[in-house]
Write a protein that binds this ligand. Structure first.
Ligand SMILES: [Zn+2]
Length: 158
């Protein structure tokens, strides 16, 4: 596998982390679709779509990330309208960057090669790529998880 998996501008990364922290207010999980272009293994993130924009109802009712079918459809409509693909997803956890049982069982995009990022501590405290969990979906319930040095190599600032 060739690293990095994900390229993102430093400024976009910082604004994403700030939005995730603001959306979760330190008390609940928040998340976003990372949008951009897919070029083989290379995923270039050019914008993101916060879950609370797509799913204001679910976001206000649950402490964790959950979508209705209608909300998912709205997200795909948005991507289609702006001509971008979902190249990864990201969500926060109260503690560590490892996946929960539910995260592993329900990929946001159930396609082999999909990347799911997990930001610890509700994205508080200016987390850097090496603090994140980078989880690569291999299909059929399999995931490869990268932390620390590997995570920092998997996310490159463009
Ligand atoms: Zn999770």
């Amino acid at each position: 596998m060739s690293l990095p998996l994900l390229e993102i501008h430093r400024r976009l990364y910082d604004s994403l982390i700030a939005d995730l922290a603001r959306s979760g207010r330190g008390v609940k999980e928040s998340g976003a679709f990372l949008l951009g272009a897919l070029d083989g293994q290379r995923r270039c993130v050019s914008s993101y779509l916060m879950y609370d924009k797509v799913a204001p109802l679910s976001s206000s009712q649950h402490a964790y990330v959950a979508f209705t079918a209608q909300e998912m459809a709205r997200a795909w409509e948005h991507c289609y309208a702006v001509g971008l693909q979902v190249v990864a997803d990201v969500h926060t956890h109260p503690f560590g960057p490892a996946q929960s049982v539910s995260d592993r069982a329900h990929p946001i995009v159930s396609v082999a090669g999909h990347v799911a990022l997990i930001v610890p501590n509700f994205a508080k405290g200016d987390p850097q790529p090496r603090d994140l969990g980078v989880h690569l979906f291999g299909g059929c319930g399999r995931w490869d998880s990268m932390f620390r040095e590997q995570a920092s190599q998997a996310i490159r600032f463009a």
